[in-house]
Design a protein around this ligand. Structure first.
Ligand code: SF4
Length: 336
């Protein structure tokens, strides 16, 4: 009788503990995904950084799982490499894109995409090496297998690896509600490109596919992010075509958690130079023109400027580390 009582009491306590743990995880997880939760407060890369109001990483905010039984068989052999902790990773798994932006600096030089299982294996190695933030980018991430590829990677990183911040940078044109239904719960941040609220300017830049309106896609993605509690970010590249635009009103309406404003940048072999697929020289603006754009938008409190000088400095100290289909870890891209 005593044994039966002890067993019942033990099972009850275990169930209660599991229930409380689950409630706590759901609460923290939802808080983390609120659009205005000061997510991505200080990131230096395209991906988001998760920081709550006090600037500290919330402990135990994500579902944690036991480490996989199968441990990595490939580990860095170089002593120096062991010291590098890849806290924040940008994984450019494809160079293909359905847009033709004239200043694009990650052009379709190859159609190669690593098989899904290999990509997962690489991510597992990065997680074991200390990765806390992963951002998927391209090209256009949603172009591969109609978004299923990036969806599976997002799910794997969040559900299996327990990565703290999982984000995507996209042009937004191929994102569907069906994708959000299947994968939205595993995504923390979706950043969408938006250079102009004028359809003609977007056409001049190449930020659209055929006659499909980029602005309709953008607003649709904004709504989906709100519905599925995914933090929404905006990225803008200031260039000769949009440098005089005033975007304050529309940006305020979209109300992203972050608005990153980049100065158009030349990268040798990508958008300038003999091997480049794009010629971005005519898109380049001066530092003074970039500063003037920033001044015009100074009232947008969540604006984060990324001047060419700042990006170059970050590259030189190795803050930018890209994983591309045809190259691994290029901390110092060549600039013109
Ligand atoms: S949407 Fe991005 S990846 Fe596609 S062409 Fe434009 S800049 Fe390049």
């Amino acid at each position: 009788m005593m044994e039966l009582f002890a067993t019942t009491a033990f099972l009850f306590c275990a169930a209660l503990f599991a229930f409380l743990l689950a409630i706590n995880r759901v609460r923290l997880y939802n808080k983390l995904k609120e659009p205005n939760n000061n997510l991505c407060a200080t990131e230096n890369t395209c991906c988001g950084e998760i920081k709550l109001q006090n600037g500290e990483l919330p402990a135990g905010k994500l579902p944690t799982r036991k480490p996989p039984a199968r441990m990595p068989t490939v580990m860095p052999s170089d002593k120096k490499a062991k010291k590098v902790v890849p806290l924040s990773v940008n994984y450019h798994f494809t160079r293909k894109c359905n847009y033709k932006c004239g200043f694009c600096f990650h052009t379709a030089k190859t159609s190669f995409v690593l098989p899904l299982d290999d990509a997962k294996r690489g991510l597992e190695l990065l997680k074991n090496a200390g990765m806390k933030k992963i951002n998927f980018s391209g090209g256009e991430p949603f172009i591969v297998k109609k978004g299923a590829f990036v969806g599976e990677l997002v799910k794997f990183c969040k559900q299996t690896l327990g990565v703290e911040s999982v984000s995507i940078v996209s042009n937004g044109s191929l994102v569907s509600e069906r994708w959000f239904e299947k994968y939205g719960e595993f995504l923390d941040i979706l950043a969408v490109s938006c250079d102009s609220f004028d359809a003609d300017t977007n056409e001049k830049i190449g930020r659209q596919q055929g006659q499909k309106s980029h602005l309709i896609s953008l607003r649709s993605v904004r709504r989906l992010c709100a519905d599925y509690k995914v933090a929404f970010k905006l990225n803008t590249v200031v260039n000769t075509h949009n440098k005089d635009e005033n975007m304050v009103e529309e940006i305020m309406q979209l109300n992203p958690c972050r608005w990153k404003v980049f100065q158009c940048l030349l990268i040798d072999g990508e958008n300038t130079g003999p091997d480049a697929l794009r010629r971005a020289e005519s898109f380049v603006i001066t530092n003074a023109e970039f500063d003037e754009f920033l001044r015009r938008h100074k009232d947008v409190e969540y604006l984060v400027p990324e001047s060419n000088e700042k990006v170059r400095a970050l590259c030189l100290v190795g803050s930018y580390c890209y994983i591309r289909p045809n190259a691994v870890c290029e901390p110092e891209p060549r600039f013109s």
